[in-house]
Design a protein around this ligand. Structure first.
Ligand SMILES: CC(C)(COP(=O)(O)OP(=O)(O)OC[C@H]1O[C@@H](n2cnc3c(N)ncnc32)[C@H](O)[C@@H]1OP(=O)(O)O)[C@@H](O)C(=O)NCCC(=O)NCCS
Length: 150
C-alpha cells in the first residue's frame, strides 16, 4: 500500500468511488482542476494499481480546508482512513499549515470519530449545508501542536 499524489490517470477509479459514496458527488472536472494547482494537495492510497482511498486539501497561507476524504467501500474499517488523514496532516504541516478545517454531515459518526481521534474538535453547525438528503454540517478544526521553543 503506497501513498502518493493523485494523477489525472487515477480519475476513472476515483470517480467510481466518489459516485458510490457521495450524493451529490464531485465531478471529474472538479477533481481535474485541482490536480495541477499549487495550493491543493490531493493524495491517493494505492495497492497493486488499485485506488483504495483519496483525500484533498486546499491551502491558503497557514490554513487548510479538507475537501474530500473517501475510502473504497469494500476496504473501509481497516485503518486506511486513519492512515490517509494522518499522512495528509503531516504533509500539510510540513508545508506550514497550522490550522485545518473540515465539514462533515452531522450523521456521519464514523468520520466524526475518526476526525476526533486525529485531534479535530467541534466548532459549530452549519444548518442545512448538505443536499440529497438535506443535512446539517458539523464544522471541525485541528490546530497543529506547538513545538516547545527550548
Ligand atoms: C469515513 C471514512 C473515510 C473512514 O475510513 P476508514 O478507512 O473506514 O477508517 P478507519 O478504518 O481508519 O476507521 C473506521 C473504523 O474502523 C475501525 N477499524 C480500523 N481498523 C480496523 C480493523 N483492522 N478492524 C476492525 N475495525 C477497524 C476504527 O476503529 C473505526 O471504528 P469506529 O468508527 O467505531 O471508531 C470511510 O468510512 C468513508 O470513506 N466513508 C464514506 C465517505 C465519507 O463519509 N467520507 C467523509 C466525508 S467528510
Amino acid at each position: 500500500m503506497i501513498l502518493r499524489e493523485m494523477l489525472v490517470d487515477d480519475l476513472e477509479q476515483v470517480m467510481k468511488i466518489e459516485t458510490e459514496l457521495f450524493s451529490p458527488p464531485w465531478t471529474k472536472e472538479g477533481f481535474f482542476t485541482y490536480l495541477t494547482r499549487k495550493d491543493a494537495m490531493f493524495l491517493v492510497v494505492e495497492e497493486k494499481g488499485e485506488i483504495l482511498a483519496y483525500c484533498g486539501l486546499l491551502m491558503v497561507l497557514d490554513e487548510g480546508d479538507i475537501t474530500n476524504v473517501a475510502v473504497r467501500p469494500d476496504r473501509q474499517r481497516e485503518g486506511i482512513g486513519h492512515f490517509l488523514m494522518d499522512s495528509l496532516i503531516r504533509l500539510a504541516e510540513q508545508q506550514g499549515i497550522t490550522t485545518i478545517h473540515l465539514e462533515v454531515r452531522v450523521g456521519n459518526r464514523t468520520a466524526i470519530r475518526l476526525y476526533e481521534r486525529m485531534g479535530f474538535t467541534r466548532d459549530g453547525i452549519r444548518k442545512k449545508y448538505y443536499t440529497d438528503p438535506v443535512e446539517d454540517a458539523l464544522l471541525m478544526t485541528r490546530q497543529a501542536q506547538k513545538v516547545p521553543q527550548n
